[in-house]
Design a protein around this ligand. Structure first.
Ligand code: C5P
Length: 302
C-alpha cells in the first residue's frame, strides 16, 4: 500500500508529430504550423516534494538536462509562483527516459506535468484553459501535453489544440530510433527560413501532397494501413541536410521493409509505423544488433 505521505510520482509522456507542415514565418519570429500530435508511452517520471522554504529545486542525474533556472520545469514552477504570488517551495526530481533534444517534446511534457501537478499540490484550482495559457508562455508544445489526450491537431504555433476524440480507440505501434545527437529546434527553424529565402520557387518544404485531414481520415478508416504518402514533415529535409545520420536512420528502417518512416518534430528521432507491438519488438531486436551506436525504443500511443 502506498504510504499516505509518499511524494507523488507522475508519468510525463512524450509525443510524436505524425504530420508537421510549416505554413510560414510569423511576425513574432515563430512559424504557423499544421501538426498532428500523438502521445506515446515513452515517459519520464517526476517526483514532487514540497519544501519548507520558498525555493524551487530541480534534481536530475542526466547531464543533458539543466538543473538551473533555464530548466522548463523550474520555469513552470516559477511562473505559477509569480502569477499567483505564492511563497511555497518545491523540489522536483526528474527521472529522464525520453531522449533530450530529440523531437519528442520531453522538456515540454515535463513542464506541462509540473503545471498540472503543482496546480493540485498548491490548491490553485486553475482550469485547463488557464493552464494552457500559462504553458503557451513557456513553449509551443506544452498546451498539447496539458490537454492529456492521445491525439490532437495543433495549429498557429502548434499551441492551439483541438483534441481528436474520434481517434481515441486507435492504438498505433512504432519503433523509434535516436541517433545519439541533440538537435536545436531554433537552429532548424532558422535554417528552414534560410533555405526558403534562397529557394523561393521551391515549395516542397511547405506544400504537402496531402493535408493533415487526409492523414486523419486515413488513420480513422485504415488504422496503420493508410498510405505512406500521407505523412509529411517540413523540417525533415533541413535536419537531414545538417545531420546526414538522420537519412541513414531512415534508410535502415526502410531496409527492414518498413514503409511509413518519418522524423518527429525538428528531429533527430525517426519513427516507423509497425503492424503490432510484437512486430516492432522483433524488428527492433534485429536493428539493435546491427546498429550499436543508436538507441531504439518500441512505443505505442497512449
Ligand atoms: O516554443 P518553443 O520554445 O518550443 O520553440 C523553440 C524554438 O523553435 C522557438 O524559439 C522558435 O525558434 C522555434 N519555433 C518556431 N515556430 C514554432 C515553434 C517553434 O519558429 N511554431
Amino acid at each position: 500500500m502506498k504510504h499516505p505521505s509518499a511524494s507523488p510520482v507522475i508519468a510525463s509522456f512524450a509525443k510524436l508529430n505524425l504530420y508537421l507542415q510549416v505554413l510560414g514565418r510569423r511576425q513574432d519570429g515563430f512559424h504557423d504550423l499544421s501538426t498532428l500530435f500523438a502521445r506515446i508511452d515513452l515517459a519520464d517520471r517526476l517526483i514532487f516534494k514540497p519544501r519548507k522554504d520558498n525555493l524551487i529545486k530541480i534534481v536530475c542525474s542526466n547531464p543533458a538536462v539543466p538543473q538551473n533556472k533555464s530548466n522548463l520545469v523550474y520555469r513552470a514552477a516559477a511562473l505559477l509562483k509569480q502569477e499567483y504570488k505564492l511563497s511555497a517551495g518545491i523540489e522536483i526530481e526528474i527521472n529522464k527516459v525520453i531522449p533530450v533534444g530529440a523531437g519528442l517534446g520531453g522538456g515540454s511534457a515535463n513542464a506541462a506535468t509540473a503545471l498540472v501537478e503543482l496546480n493540485r499540490i498548491w490548491n490553485l484550482n486553475l482550469s485547463k484553459t488557464q493552464l494552457v495559457r500559462l504553458g503557451a508562455k513557456l513553449g509551443s508544445d506544452i498546451p498539447f501535453f496539458i490537454h492529456q489526450v492521445k491525439f490532437a491537431l495543433g495549429t498557429e504555433r502548434g499551441d492551439k489544440i483541438k483534441p481528436l476524440i474520434s481517434l481515441n480507440k486507435l492504438k498505433l505501434h512504432f519503433i523509434l530510433v535516436y541517433p545519439d545527437l541533440k538537435v536545436s529546434t531554433p537552429l532548424i527553424y532558422r535554417e528552414f527560413d534560410v533555405f526558403l529565402s534562397a529557394n523561393r520557387n521551391f515549395s516542397g518544404l511547405t506544400r504537402a501532397a496531402h493535408n493533415v485531414k487526409i492523414l486523419i481520415s486515413g488513420l480513422l478508416k485504415k488504422g496503420q494501413a493508410f498510405s505512406s504518402g500521407y505523412l509529411f514533415n517540413s523540417l525533415e529535409v533541413i535536419t537531414c541536410s545538417l545531420y546526414p545520420v538522420v537519412k541513414q536512420v531512415k534508410k535502415a528502417l526502410c531496409d527492414m521493409g518498413l514503409d511509413k518512416v518519418m522524423m518527429s518534430g525538428s528531429g533527430p528521432v525517426v519513427f516507423a509505423f509497425c503492424d503490432s507491438r510484437q512486430q516492432a519488438q522483433t524488428l527492433c531486436g534485429r536493428l539493435r544488433k546491427q546498429y550499436k551506436s543508436w538507441q531504439f525504443f518500441v512505443v505505442s500511443t497512449v
